[in-house]
Design a protein around this ligand. Sequence first.
Ligand code: PGA
Length: 257
Amino acid sequence: MNSLKRIPVLAANWKMYKTVGETREFLHVFLPMVDKLSEREVIIAPPFTALSAASEILKESELVTLAAQNMYFEQKGGFTGEISSIMLKELGIKWVILGHSERRHIFGEKNSLIALKVKSALENDLLPILCIGEKLEEREGGLMHEILERQLSAGFSEVSSAEADKVVVAYEPVWAIGTGRTATPDQAQDAHIHIRSWLTGLFDSDIAGQIRILYGGSVKPENINELMALPDVDGALVGGASLKPESFSQIVSCRTS
Ligand code: PGA
């Protein structure tokens, strides 16, 4: 497998936190803290309302790009409350988080809907961050691998081998999100290996070796280096610890090799 090409990704998922003013404040403190960093991609996903202001501030940044936290798969139409890929593209957004466990479990998003969103994102030149992960009872019931495979199989159902490396997978065990309970290195590596071998079966080992697999769930400055040292962990998707410039800058400054 060619792991040399996998540039690490450190992504902030701000969820429903930060107004436009708070987003500006964060970026003005955060950007000077990370301006010497290279050899990694840093992504921030603020709420929709702050994307435009953030995009304006980040237009000169070579390090930091923006993600939306969700989108609908249609381009326009009678879909009250939804946002489309063309609206995101207009703001210079590069990425879109799809299938986050809060979308799946609070808002009832099904694998079939997430599959349509991944397809639509790629068709419209947005790079999907496809989130997958098992609940605690699924892990304890021995269903983890099956759940991950079902989520991957839907998420990649419309992805061609030519486009596969545009998708970033985020493995986020639901029991680790916002709980302070991070997966152990063994648990993370085990899930990531399983994901990569599933991708090898779907595509081939070269392609699977190029797809970045992020870990998410209670990532903090104290555990990022241990996670990044795992051979199949190519970055992190960070919620709570991404809300303060000090802690997110420590996370993005992690050791990357
Ligand atoms: P957390 O959230 O880092 O606060 O656990 C991660 C996520 O939901 O993406």
